[in-house]
Design a protein around this ligand. Structure first.
Ligand code: ZN
Length: 408
């Protein structure tokens, strides 16, 4: 999952001074109890116990829980899950308590994880856990996914309910991972028509993508009227991604974020995929600037990772590829029409009687880190955010050779 991209992103956000326009928190660490709100207990217990040193004792479980190939065992695996999941959960709680209008967790957005198994680099589904928390206060939560891969784990978790609408824009066809996300997957039982899929072909550019995104989102907002939005911003939909095959620019990707921000509905923003690190960091930094309403220079400020952004050292280099856009107007029109038809047939926006609100998943009194008086103190924030680079492996970071310096 390349955690180093998060260190790069954090570094750019800091050097552009964007932290001055928001509050930055060291994330709450999700407990196994928090994770079991969605996942099965035996799966989470396995994640907690397995390590590269004892992996040979878990041969049977590796198969059952789909851990090993795409989702390798590594040192600190549970800690990693605990941090990114805790941050999404904390974002949800802050939104619920109206402590912010927008919460951002670039380390989250692991949309493929399933109740009983890992999938596609995702172990714990922080998105589902955060949405479950939002549902304590919000009658209707909208989930939007602009990662190039289908948001299958989140769709599956809420496939039978009308309280969460999932909308995923992704590459579909030719066995592209994970293989789901056809436009005929629309939800079932009470959730029928509440799963929306926009399957796309390779090479889609800004203009085509934004046109269908804007129209689908407009219908979704009008017909569903969510009280809260969760946006997964996987950056593997950018041009030149190592695993992707779309052709979005950083501005184009950021426009999807801007469009959601402009609806002025409480917003939880997360990361996701993205495998060309320098562009992931550029993209999420630019999107942070969009979210805090700050115009930032195209010239990347000097920082300890500056060599990653060679040779141009710009925030918006041309990252387009020669990949032909296979999405014809007719093809997109047919999807648009079908999505619109389904949304038009939604029963009027579902409401629930919110009677006994269950307590917040994490008790604010129990986590020292969460004391708002300490957290809001600027000096404390500065101290905390400067202690960065904890994900960087130094000399042993093999990405540096493969991706950062040579491959430009
Ligand atoms: Zn992805």
């Amino acid at each position: 999952m390349k955690p180093h991209r998060i260190a790069l992103t954090h570094c750019l956000v800091m050097h552009y001074g964007l932290h001055k326009k928001m509050q930055i928190y060291k994330p709450y660490r999700a407990s196994s109890h928090d994770m079991c709100r969605f996942h099965s207990e035996d799966y989470i217990e396995f994640l907690q116990r397995v390590s590269p040193h004892n992996v040979q004792n878990f041969t049977k479980q590796l198969g059952i829980f789909n851990v090993g190939d795409d989702c390798p065992v590594f040192d600190g695996l549970f800690d990693f899950c605990s941090m990114y999941t805790g941050a999404s959960l904390e974002g949800a709680i802050k939104l619920n308590n109206k402590h912010c209008d927008i919460a951002v967790n670039w380390s989250g957005g692991l949309h493929h994880a399933k109740k009983f198994e890992a999938s596609g680099f995702c172990y714990v589904n922080d998105i589902v856990i955060a949405i479950l928390e939002l549902l304590k206060y919000h009658p209707r939560v909208l989930y939007i996914d602009i990662d190039i891969h289908h948001g299958d784990g989140v769709q599956e978790a809420f496939y039978l309910t009308d309280r969460v609408m999932t909308v995923s824009f992704h590459k579909y066809g030719n066995h592209f991972f994970p293989g789901t996300g056809d436009m005929y997957e629309i939800g079932a039982e009470s959730g029928r028509l509440y799963s929306v899929n926009v399957p796309l072909k390779e090479g889609i550019d800004d203009q085509t993508y934004l046109s269908i995104y804007q129209q689908v989102i407009k219908s979704v907002m009008e017909f569903y009227q969510p009280t809260c939005v969760v946006l997964q911003c996987g950056a593997d939909s950018l041009g030149s991604d190592r695993l992707g095959c779309f052709n979005l620019s950083i501005k184009g990707h950021g426009e999807c974020v801007k469009i959601m921000k402009d609806y002025n509905v409480p917003l939880l923003v997360m990361g996701g995929g993205g495998y060309t690190k320098r562009n992931v960091a550029r993209c999420w930094t630019y999107e942070t600037s969009v979210l805090v309403d700050e115009q930032i220079s195209d010239e990347i400020p000097y920082n300890e990772y500056i060599q990653y952004f060679a040779p141009d050292f710009n925030l918006h280099p041309d990252i387009s590829t020669k990949q032909e856009n296979l999405n014809t107007k007719q093809y997109l029109d047919s999807i648009r029409l079908s999505v619109h038809e389904n949304l038009r047939n939604l029963p009027s926006s579902p409401s629930v009687q919110m009677q006994d609100i269950p307590p917040d998943l994490l008790s604010l009194e129990n986590t020292e880190e969460l004391d708002p008086d300490i957290r809001n103190h600027q000096d404390e924030n500065d101290k905390r955010v400067d202690a960065a680079n904890e994900f960087y492996d130094g000399e042993r970071d093999n990405d540096k050779d493969a991706d950062g310096l040579l491959d430009v």
